[in-house]
Design a protein. Structure first.
Length: 364
């Protein structure tokens, strides 16, 4: 049976990152479902204060059907989400979109109890931890009114506290068709990192690795154009790399890096890069967390301190590339597999069959 599915997500598909909601939306559209993906509005206030470059706003169409068949909506608003009066229901009503079978929300700032009138089922899909602030308060209200929870890691689910609604853990996945490892005679001595370069990234650890392993090149792909510290000459800052170009970048490396900082919010992260690295045939080195554990036979090595970080990278450098064992495991975490599991979870939830305006919102 074809479903009408609405994603209410934190990220639109026109920025530097491809996130889980984009992949899942594409998977569902490929299965014949009608999918709409609505992301956090781009606010005039953020543009005026410089938090959002005007170029990013111009690059993001308000309403467009993507090549994957998903209808992507990137609203504009006067004030930022969670502060202004933006409501998802206003957008769906203006576009005359009929009620959805399910709403999957991962952006607490876009939560409103009016979403109950937008979808027959509400599924909260937390991808991060929100220990305090506005997002934490909104998340509590989401949990009082949602029909189910799909967390991207066990740690994220645990931090939500006791739940009285169905829940499941569904880690991020990988587009295995895109990142299939290439067979080359020999890959160069290259370590690579792809992702955000914010407070969750450990620049000091990158510096230490590059200093110790001077014969290796360290490629860093992410939005930052400059590092906050002086780096060795064998570190190359590539800037943002388009998602379509990542397979070529990864196919030229031997080791994928996840130098997570000691930031408390790294504990629950389920980085897509783990599986993209492995699917590309790389070995992986990461700071150890409750989610990221060592699996040497799969080419995954972790560390808890500087000494262990050196040993972990040295071990990864010795893995025969392409890392076939890691690539095999990555196939078990394809977005196709994740999408099927999510649809099964959604089907297990009871749907509100009443007309959109007749349901009373449950009290918190």
């Amino acid at each position: 049976m074809s479903l009408r599915i609405l994603f209410v997500s934190h990220s639109n598909p026109y920025g530097p990152f491809r996130v889980g909601s984009h992949h899942l939306a594409g998977e569902f559209a490929d299965r014949g479902h009608e999918v709409v993906h609505l992301s956090t509005p781009l606010s005039i206030a953020h543009v005026l204060t410089g938090r959002i470059p005007v170029e990013r706003v111009r690059a993001a169409p308000v309403d467009r059907i993507g090549q994957d068949g998903v209808r992507y909506l990137v609203p504009r608003s006067l004030l930022p989400a969670g502060v202004g009066r933006f409501r998802v229901q206003h957008t769906t009503r203006r576009l005359r979109l009929p009620r959805f079978d399910v709403v999957l929300i991962d952006q607490p700032l876009l939560w409103s109890r009016s979403l109950r009138r937008v979808g027959a089922r509400i599924v909260y899909r937390p991808t991060d931890e929100y220990p305090e602030g506005l997002k934490a308060r909104l998340q509590k209200d989401v949990l009082r009114h949602a029909d189910g929870v799909v967390a991207t890691s066990g740690e994220v689910l645990r931090r939500l506290g006791p739940l009285d609604i169905p829940s499941v853990i569904l880690e991020n996945g990988v587009d295995v068709r895109r990142f299939a490892p290439e067979r080359v005679a020999a890959r160069a001595q290259v370590c690579v990192y792809v992702g955000a370069l914010d407070s969750r990234f450990d620049w000091d650890q990158l510096n230490a690795w590059a200093t110790e392993f001077g014969a290796w090149r360290f490629l860093v792909a992410g939005p930052a154009t400059e590092a906050p510290t002086r780096l060795p000459r064998n570190v190359e800052m590539l800037g943002p790399v388009r998602y379509e170009e990542l397979p070529l970048l990864l196919s030229g490396a031997r080791v994928g890096l996840l130098p997570l900082s000691a930031h408390s919010l790294n504990a629950g992260r389920s980085p897509m890069k783990l599986w993209e690295y492995l699917a590309s045939g790389l070995a992986v080195v990461s700071r150890e967390t409750p989610v990221l554990r060592p699996i040497p036979e799969m080419g995954v090595f972790t560390y808890t301190d500087a000494t262990a970080a050196s040993s972990a990278l040295r071990a990864a450098m010795r893995v025969e590339i392409p890392n076939d064992a890691g690539a095999d495991r990555a196939r078990e975490h394809s977005w196709t597999v994740k999408g099927e599991a999510l649809l099964e979870f959604i089907a297990s939830l009871p749907a509100d069959q009443r007309p959109a305006g007749s349901r009373r919102t449950r009290r918190g």
